[in-house]
Design a protein around this ligand. Sequence first.
Ligand code: ARG
Length: 461
Amino acid sequence: MTQHNKEKLSSARLTQPTNAFVEEFTASVQFDKILAKYDIQGSIAHAKMLLRAEILTEQECSEIVHGLNAVMTEIETGLFEWSIAQEDVHMNIEARLTQLIGTAGKKLHTGRSRNDQVATDIRLYLRDQIDLICAEIKRLQSGLLDLAEREAATIMPGFTHLQVAQPVTFGHHLMAWFEMLGRDYERFIDCKKRVNIMPLGAAALAGTSYPIDRHYTAELMAFDRPAANSLDAVSDRDFAIEFCAAGALMMTHLSRFSEELVLWSSAQFAFIELPDAFCTGSSIMPQKKNPDVPELVRGKTGRVNGHLISLLTLMKGQPLAYNKDNQEDKEPLFDTVKTLQGSLRAFADMVPNIQAQPENMLKAAQQGFATATDLADYLVRKGIPFRDAHEVVGNAVALGVKTERDLSELSLEELRGFSEQIGEDVFEALSLEGSVASRDHIGGTAPKQVLEAIKLARKAL
Ligand code: ARG
């Protein structure tokens, strides 16, 4: 009979030992042991508060703190023996503490419950993970800035419907990703405000009859404040859901970025060369260089979206307050954290080493009549209403399509055949350089504006 079963038999309501499979089925230590560091941090704060409230003596508190530190060392050095019979990280640590220090260990759980304990642990954990994620987002953003600066004047086709639309600069395109990541960063920072609230003191659900000082424990753990309602504190996991939602959006951005990297690095586009260290070969086709990292990140977006749905579904039917359902919050949350951190790390390492292929980008921009809008704008400047200009350009494009030439390759006479207003200066408007340079306003693609945007971004970063 396991330790756990012995305890169960002494429980007032249970006369039968737990079914061996159920013991394993209901345990969470297999995955929640990664919370150990936070569980110990929370327990140390709790013990110090109990001392202040004169619930523990100086001697007991000191034994507990030393004992918990010793347990932490055992865990870090791999000497700790995790036991399914002790169900979860909280009971494993408490049991070992009592083994090490005796009676004082049994007093640690005074005035708290695993319900407020686990909610506190997850929040401490998530707060740390958000900091790591935010630092990685910034590292990726900074890599994007370096690449964008190098390629501020590199011309590429801009697309709508994946068809050549208008020329843009590669730097400008990259800065779009910078912006998206900036919003992801803000979402995590905002989420952290609601993560950093302390459930401890809510006990099982109703609070506790001991004279606890929740402001003191909150201060010890650098929480912004104690949670205002004990039932809410132990039961809601909205902070984790919110984190996964921010994560799903961030992964969606990385997934779209990945899609472009996959397309651009293909022979059909050949806009970029991905660093070899981030690609793999094929076991059968010797010519292959597969963009595995972007493909995997694109794929991993699916699991993060799935975790978000798992947590939403986990929560939706639960009455107040704590229910065992909530034990199922951990694996989706932990896997989301791991996936976000891994994807960001790979991207932050890869992006600064992307090599642009400016000649191919230019060639692609010269196809597809990318400067058709510029010709229309040129005619508008000559006094022609935009709708008429649009029609004139349509005719010119039709001739280009028929004779397989870009607008800039048509002769002045040919162009003048469509409108008398067209003069020699049209070729400046039809050049790709002229086209991008003319979009010279905040948020525009002109190299000058891109460099300005990068400068501001560096300051903000
Ligand atoms: N392992 C549990 C969880 O992850 C800890 C809380 C258990 N509380 C309880 N009343 N059984 O949620």
